[in-house]
Design a protein around this ligand. Structure first.
Ligand code: ZN
Ligand code: ZN
Length: 300
């Protein structure tokens, strides 16, 4: 989920884009100066990060659009859809890396351990590490799984670049040129892995996954403690679409209760739910007591 405040999300998307472009320029130079396949793969990983940041930017703008006649439930799922685009991009990047790595393995060519190239790559990693730290800190503060995931992803990038640099130095010292191709393939595997994680999370979101059990328990508790006058609530269903949470349930009231009174109870529950979940769309179906279905009950 994106952070609650769209402005923070937008600012972070700009930041990720700027950091991604700077790191890409540095890593691109490092790959060019050394001719190392592993550093080339590392630079391609940066291309993936830049595309991810650019797509996230579009997704944030789309997700913030108000619901309209053609999309009456809003644009919140744009966030999941963007991940599918990124997933395709990751698959292409991994394919390029594996092809290059295979060629480098069968016909090894020695690269230059150009000190400036390697130094620039280290600077790029430091920038990535700094940004990863920022994302993780803000992700925890904003309780945004998307930011935390981005931060964790960048952290793995930092570790993989450090591994690549050590390996490249090792290959240069030992003269074992095939090690460079092996490292490139390993970078390809980590890219594929992060792509898989991303797609998995998005598919879960597109399939209307329920909110986590802890949150659901909290919602049930809020309903039952604020439904004075009603008899029971049942058939509670929740789903999370980006930052928006959808909650629906049936509320059983005495058959003789007036519509106005039943509506007052609904408004009270809705108000309390919104105090806990700011971005929530709540639908309550009111039923008379003889329709009460005793399944999935929340006793009031
Ligand atoms: Zn019912
Ligand atoms: Zn109403």
């Amino acid at each position: 989920m994106l952070p609650r405040t769209p402005t923070i999300a937008t600012r972070l998307a700009y930041g990720s884009l700027a950091v991604g472009l700077a790191v890409l320029a540095f890593k691109g130079y490092a790959a060019w100066a050394t001719g190392s396949l592993a550093l080339f793969s590392d630079a391609l990983e940066s291309v993936v990060n830049v595309v991810t940041a650019a797509v996230a930017f579009v997704a944030i703008r789309l997700a913030a659009k108000p619901a309209d006649a053609s999309l009456p439930y809003g644009y919140y799922k744009a966030e999941y859809f963007s991940a599918v685009v990124i997933g395709i991009f990751i698959a292409v990047a991994a394919l390029v890396i594996f092809t290059e790595a295979y060629q480098g393995f069968v016909a090894p060519r020695l690269f230059k351990p150009d000190p400036l190239g390697l130094g620039v790559s280290m600077v790029a990693t430091l920038i990535n590490a700094g940004w990863a730290y920022t994302l993780l800190r803000l992700g925890r503060k904003e309780r945004s799984p998307a930011l935390l995931a981005d931060g964790k992803h960048l952290t793995t990038d930092v570790f993989s670049t450090v591994g690549v640099l050590i390996g490249v130095l090792l290959a240069a010292v030992t003269g074992w040129a095939q090690l460079d191709a092996i490292l490139a393939a390993l970078v390809g595997v980590t890219i594929l892995w992060s792509g898989w994680e991303l797609i998995k999370q998005s598919v879960i979101g597109l399939m209307d996954v329920a909110v986590d059990p802890k949150k659901l328990a909290q919602i049930r508790e809020l309903i039952s403690s604020n439904a004075d006058g009603a008899i029971e609530a049942h058939d509670i269903r929740t789903r999370q679409a980006g930052r928006m949470m959808f909650i629906e349930f049936h509320l059983v009231v005495p058959g003789a209760m007036s519509v106005a009174d039943a509506h007052t109870i609904c408004d009270r529950i809705e108000g309390k739910l919104r105090e806990t979940v700011a971005d929530a769309q709540i639908t309550i179906h009111v039923e008379p007591e003889n329709k009460a279905k005793h399944a999935g009950i929340v006793v009031v």
